[in-house]
Design a protein around this ligand. Structure first.
Ligand code: ATP
Ligand code: MG
Length: 477
């Protein structure tokens, strides 16, 4: 097969989205040439082969698929024989094939057998038909295949009317939604996530089943929930999915502290509560997982600190809660720390009268690698409060920070013109608390006055401090 191959289907017609724009007609998809090659190789080898799942859904919607997945009646050993350089990921029954500079997953037809714990099939069996494979998939729009048996004209296999639902922009469970969510509770979170990323509605019967089964999500592993949460937060407007989570009761199960924000009044935008503010903030945040997560969690401490109409110290309480929440989802440790750090510092209040030294102290406290993130969070928080993004002179603060960073000023001990070894040698000092205190003192003074960052000057200043005894404070030493 050469060149990308348009696949066309005469049975469905393009739908019109609610916003009035005409989406690319579902029923047509461009299959990239390398994917066509893989299908052809399998079929020449006597195997049935299909493009299937999310990639076909995205292609039919005119969206760029993240990756192309294939399914076949060939067992893994046979797939490997047809693709000598492939790797068998035996845990998932999936063979990974490298072709034309990209990776593709080829999975043998599957059938799932009985789920007793609401998240793992007790056994995965290889199936024998594409229809069986499609029947175990979650939503009709994810249960479409395109391809065929050897020598067959390629065609859509769409037993659950997925293309019809694509045209209506509707997520509908394959089969009985209560049964399907009982098998794997993650499908409920996938439904709200896909509704947000694709801008689809959830079919009423499917949505009602989520409401009935939301409690089952309590048994899901943190990792699986976190992966879906990140995808949800990468949607153009995450609030669409987050509101659905709240309305269906899923939020109360997977993020109870967020669910409690609903109904907490605060005097920001008229008629909006704390939950509305959180949602607006997340939507306003730039589409990076760190900032979207920090926006989602930035006011987590408010529900617990509300007293007399104020939220005293909510950022400190909230930082600890955000860290615990992300730890529970097994988020990477560094991400937990970065989110908690941003939450802890999001209440800063800049004023134009700050001196340049104050700007340098601020950068030093937040960390040069985090100031941009903190300003991005605050801009989103402003918008979430119905204010202009740069309220509180944020643009001015940003440019003053840039100017300091560009000047390579001292922000901490690491850029000081002397280090501990210098002071020990020059002043005949032992290692210990006095040395540490001297270095901190010199750092503070250089942050205030960058011109002092000179080896001879600093050693002289240190000598003076020792003879004044000004660092022999009453802390235990
Ligand atoms: P994305 O575009 O974000 O990758 P996706 O629908 O492709 O979304 P994947 O996790 O890549 O999500 O899954 C690929 C396909 O596998 C889905 O389209 C669906 O057919 C099937 N699938 C994934 N997860 C489940 C599940 N929990 N239950 C049933 N089928 C699933
Ligand atoms: Mg996918």
């Amino acid at each position: 097969m050469t060149g990308s191959q348009p696949v066309r289907d005469k049975a469905t017609h393009g739908g019109r989205s609610k916003s009035g724009t005409t989406p690319p007609a579902p029923g047509r998809a461009e299959i990239p040439a390398p994917v066509g090659d893989l299908l052809a190789t399998l079929q020449r080898g006597g195997q049935a082969a299909y493009v299937v799942g999310g990639c076909l859904r995205d292609a039919l919607l005119g969206r760029e698929p993240a990756d192309w997945d294939l399914t076949t009646d060939a067992p893994p050993e046979r797939i490997q024989a047809l693709f000598p350089r492939s790797i068998y990921e035996n845990r998932f029954g999936t063979v990974v094939v490298r072709h034309a500079g990209a990776q593709y997953e080829i999975t043998t037809f599957r059938r799932d057998v009985s789920y007793s714990d609401h998240r793992h099939p007790d056994a995965v069996q290889f199936g024998t038909s594409i229809r069986e494979d499609l029947a175990r998939r979650d939503f009709t729009v994810n249960a479409i295949a395109w391809g065929g048996r050897p020598a067959e004209e390629p065609a859509f296999i769409d037993p659950h009317s997925g293309r019809h639902d694509l045209a209506r922009r509707l997520l509908r469970a394959v089969g009985d939604p209560d049964l399907r969510f009982g098998e794997d509770a993650l499908r409920m979170i996938r439904a709200v996530r896909l509704a947000a990323t694709l801008d689809f509605q959830i079919d009423p019967a499917t949505a009602e089943a989520i409401g009935r089964n939301a409690g089952l999500a309590a048994g899901l592993s943190g990792e699986r929930v976190f992966a879906e949460l990140l995808k949800l937060l990468a949607a153009p407007a995450p609030s669409v999915g987050l509101r659905l989570m709240e309305q269906t009761g899923l939020l109360g199960v997977v993020a109870p502290d967020l669910a409690r924000q609903h109904g907490i009044e605060q005097n920001k935008a008229d008629g909006e509560d704390l939950w509305d503010h959180t949602l607006r903030t997340v939507d306003a945040a730039p589409n990076r997982s760190l900032i979207r997560l920090a926006s989602l969690l930035h006011d987590l401490g408010k529900s617990d600190t509300l007293a007399d109409g104020h939220f005293h110290g909510h950022e400190t309480v909230g930082a600890a809660m955000a860290r615990d929440y992300l730890a529970g989802l097994h988020a990477p440790r560094a991400l937990q720390e970065r989110v908690a750090h941003l939450v802890a510092h999001h209440m800063f209040s800049y004023e134009p009268k700050w001196t340049d030294a104050a700007i340098r102290r601020f950068i030093g406290k937040i960390g040069p690698g985090s100031v941009d993130d903190l300003l991005a969070l605050r801009a989103a928080d402003n918008e979430g409060s119905g204010l202009p993004a740069d309220a509180g002179h944020l643009a001015e603060l940003a440019s003053r920070i840039q100017a300091e960073l560009a000047a390579h000023v001292v922000l901490g001990r690491d850029r000081l013109a002397v280090d501990g070894d210098d002071l020990m040698a020059e002043l005949d000092l032992p290692q210990g608390r006095l040395l540490g205190r001297l270095l901190d003192d010199l750092t503070e003074r250089v942050i205030a006055e960058p011109a002092l960052n000179d080896r001879a000057i600093l050693i002289e200043m240190a000598r003076q401090s020792i003879s004044d005894g000004r660092l022999l404070d009453n802390r235990t030493s």
